[in-house]
Write a protein that binds this ligand. Structure first.
Ligand code: 5GP
Ligand code: ZN
Length: 116
């Protein structure tokens, strides 16, 4: 997959062309705060490389998916005692609005369960 897609919001955030509050990085992944947080901790973890969703990423580069998960755990350990929910909305019916794979790292409170 190519990187730095100018038509992709999260590629533009990774490139620094769109501002975001970055909380942690690795050489292959970036964590930044969601602009519309749904929990005290709500950070998005994304690979620097463009992949459309978590299924495509898992197929193309499982080690990179593992890096993204590890970065989510690192942020949750730093900010929420290490307990967190990691959500990858996949497809518009499931709520995916940005077609660059991103995990929602949610925590910092007792989370309920209400899909939909
Ligand atoms: P999705 O709905 O695709 O699972 O998640 C996309 C997330 O990206 C949403 O939670 C939304 O609030 C967040 N988001 C959309 N635009 C921006 C932005 O420009 N900056 C940041 N930091 N988050 C964004
Ligand atoms: Zn992208």
């Amino acid at each position: 997959m190519s990187t730095d897609r100018t038509d992709c919001l999260f590629c533009r955030i990774v490139a620094g062309d769109v501002p975001a509050t970055v909380v942690a990085t690795t050489d292959r992944a970036v964590a930044f705060r969601d602009i519309d947080p749904r929990a005290p901790l709500h950070v998005l973890v994304v690979p620097r490389e463009h992949h459309p969703d978590v299924v495509a990423l898992a197929a193309a580069d499982p080690a990179l998916l593992a890096d993204v998960v590890a970065l989510g755990r690192q942020v949750a350990e730093a900010e929420a005692g290490g307990q967190f929910r990691l959500v990858f909305n996949t497809g518009p019916e499931a709520g995916q609005s940005v077609e660059h794979v991103h995990g929602h790292v949610l925590g910092g409170t007792r989370l309920g369960w209400s899909p939909g």
